[in-house]
Design a protein around this ligand. Sequence first.
Ligand SMILES: Nc1ncnc2c1ncn2[C@@H]1O[C@H](COP(=O)(O)OP(=O)(O)OP(=O)(O)O)[C@@H](O)[C@H]1O
Ligand SMILES: [Mg+2]
Length: 200
Amino acid sequence: MPSDLRHLVPLEHRITADQRRARNKHAGAVLWFTGLPGSGKSTLALGLEQRLFDLGAQAYSLDGDNIRRGLNADLGFSPQDRHENIRRIGETAALFADAGLIVITAFISPYREDRAMARAAAGQAFYEIHIKASIEVCERRDPKGHYALARAGKLADFTGVSAPYEAPETPALVVETDRLSVEESLARLIEFARTKLLNV
Ligand SMILES: Nc1ncnc2c1ncn2[C@@H]1O[C@H](COP(=O)(O)OP(=O)(O)OP(=O)(O)O)[C@@H](O)[C@H]1O
Ligand SMILES: [Mg+2]
């Protein structure tokens, strides 16, 4: 820690997490989706955000574009920048959760160490959710054409092809999108959110 940060005094909010929970009728949380490219993170994050909104909850998804074009516009794809990308997303998601929102993050986030950092930022409010599909199914879907580019050697360090994916060891929920339809997957996620976050 830089020496001039040692004298920072943490600010105590006057409004407590309980007060925010009572107002919103749900807990603030980070629903951290992780999974291979094409596993369905963005599809399910947007679907879940919509369902939660319809139920009256404060929900917001963080995904590639709204982060890479703004907060992280200065970052590239080197190992250090990918690490910093996830660190900033983790801190941002934790702030949103602290503000009482249900934040859904939809990043591949292939490294356990990076996800552990995001968990540390959000503490008890963090739920790791594995959006799981086999590499074969993801590659067949190839919604952005990235697998084809990676196989052709035109996209380096592509998760699942030329870079590793470290699956979660103890996720709070696994959604097997290669066995379930989008609707069925969303039903699992809504059930999870109802049980853990709504009316608590
Ligand atoms: N059960 C399911 N859940 C989610 N998506 C599904 C499911 N079944 C099929 N799909 C399809 O799989 C594709 C998933 O693409 P999506 O962009 O959501 O993946 P992603 O995980 O966000 O990928 P990336 O990491 O590249 O952003 C979509 O075309 C979606 O319609
Ligand atoms: Mg996506």
